[in-house]
Design a protein around this ligand. Structure first.
Ligand SMILES: [Fe+2]
Length: 272
């Protein structure tokens, strides 16, 4: 009789503490879900032309002065104007951008790696700025950055298969929300009041199918030097305007806010 009563009390205490633990865990989960997660996108710095180096230096300073915690900065390509072979400007660009206090991740654009020097410029890019594919894993979300120009312009690079790299990276993210970033958007470009063809249909379809078969919540790109929103199947494609003032643009970067599975952004402009 006494033993049974004792056992009942022990079970009661155990259940009580399990409930408290579960309550705390779900509380932490809600807190993580509702905590904003900020990161910055910069794109198309085109260093080596005009005053783009000075503009980049100004925006780097502005990003460092942001009041919120910036988990990372992503550069979506066209770091340089004249390719990685222009090593004087590679060094200047690297020196300006490494002053960013948040961790910085780059992928190359068509002005960083020219098709005629692809292998050589990929190697220089790797030496200064990183791999052709980058994977970052934060508590809330995973990022995959990809050199996608060979898909966009339909050329092949020995030893680099961007679709295969992307598929493997997506597999590694499991069910986690993923943000993919690359340079050339997979849609037509519209400028001079004319629609211009983009990627070949076959590549566009494979890209859309690949990304939509995983938990990709957003795609970020640059290249167009304009603010645009498109949909790649069920996934929003955010195209950011440029750091460079080329084409009469006001230099800008974007602050993204990830909250409860959704992504929002604010464009920020160069402060004079
Ligand atoms: Fe570009």
């Amino acid at each position: 009789m006494f033993n049974t009563k004792n056992r009942t009390i022990k079970i009661f205490i155990l259940v009580f503490f399990i409930n408290i633990l579960c309550f705390q865990l779900s509380g932490q989960e809600i807190e993580t879900k509702n905590n904003p997660f900020y990161f910055v996108q910069i794109t198309d710095t085109h260093i080596g032309k005009g005053t783009n180096l000075e503009i980049t230096q100004n925006l780097v300073k502005q990003i460092n002065e942001l009041p919120m915690e910036i988990k990372c900065v992503i550069h979506t390509g066209d770091i340089l104007q004249d390719g990685m072979s222009d090593t004087t400007n590679v060094i200047k660009a690297f020196a300006a951008l490494e002053k960013l206090e948040a961790p910085l991740y780059y992928i190359p654009g068509n002005h960083d790696i020219f098709q005629e020097h692809v292998r050589k410029e990929m190697d220089i890019f790797q030496e200064y700025f990183g791999d052709q594919i980058v994977e970052m894993d934060f508590e809330e979300v995973s990022f995959i950055g990809l050199y996608s120009d060979p898909i966009a312009y339909s050329f092949s690079v020995e030893g680099y298969d961007p679709f295969l790299e992307l598929e493997n990276a997506l597999e590694r993210t499991g069910d986690k929300p993923v943000i993919v970033f690359h340079h050339i958007p997979s849609v037509e470009s519209f400028y001079n009041n004319t629609m211009h063809d983009g990627w070949e249909n076959e590549n566009r379809d494979r890209w859309e199918k690949t990304l939509n078969s995983h938990n990709v919540i957003a795609i970020l790109a640059g290249h167009f030097h304009s603010d645009e929103l498109h949909w790649i199947g069920e996934i929003p494609l955010f195209v950011s305007s440029s750091v460079t003032n080329r084409f009469g643009r006001q230099p800008s970067f974007r602050i993204y806010e990830y909250k409860a599975g959704k992504l929002s952004y604010r464009s920020q402009y160069e402060a004079k």
